[in-house]
Ligand binder design. Structure first.
Ligand code: HEM
Length: 153
């Protein structure tokens, strides 16, 4: 007796594609949202110097990377290869409040460009969750025990 070979990853991708279609999200919309969002970031007095300091002239590689990141989230197809936690842990001078600014710009972008309410909720919720986990990784590291504390603990 033979069983059909099911690929979990393929099924996940198929479902993601169905959901994306239902929400009205495709690759060209992701391109539009990412371009528009980082256009806002570049105009923000607080975030713009942070991004400029790190990215400088490399926007032509950062934007395709961010399109791949959001594409991977929407389509579950693993097209993004990166380490966001490590990358953000390496940023200097970013505060938790900066994430509020980031999320406000992201919400405003979706307010203007989301094709359906479902797309707006989906993308906003993902961004909020990822922002929370990045903040945890960046700002909530357990303090190192001193040598003395380690010996008496
Ligand atoms: C105040 C908030 C944030 C700041 C200042 C910030 C800044 C940056 C900068 C400067 C880079 C480029 C690093 C490099 O190329 O060396 C970067 C990369 C990235 N950011 Fe953020 N970011 C913020 C929040 C977020 C959030 C909320 C998300 C996701 C929802 C996100 C997703 C990413 C991803 C996926 C990359 C590429 C990571 C990689 O290459 O491994 N960022 N960010």
């Amino acid at each position: 007796m033979s069983f059909p070979v099911h690929s979990f990853a393929a099924e996940k991708r198929r479902r993601a594609m169905t959901d994306a279609n239902r929400m009205g999200i495709d690759d060209s919309l992701i391109d539009l949202i990412v371009d528009n969002f980082y256009g806002r970031v570049k105009q923000d007095p607080r975030l713009s110097p942070i991004f400029d300091g790190v990215i400088g002239e490399r926007w032509d590689t950062h934007l395709p990377k961010m399109k791949a990141f959001w594409g991977a989230i929407v389509f579950s197809d693993g097209r993004f290869k990166g380490s966001p936690v490590k990358t953000h842990q390496g940023l200097v001078g970013v505060t938790p409040d900066d994430f509020q600014i980031w999320l406000t710009l992201f919400r405003e972008t979706l307010e203007d460009l989301a094709p359906t309410p479902e797309a707006k909720v989906f993308l906003t919720t993902r961004a909020e969750r990822i922002a929370e986990s990045l903040k945890l990784a960046m700002f909530c590291r357990a303090p190192k025990l001193s040598e003395e504390t380690r010996q008496t603990a």
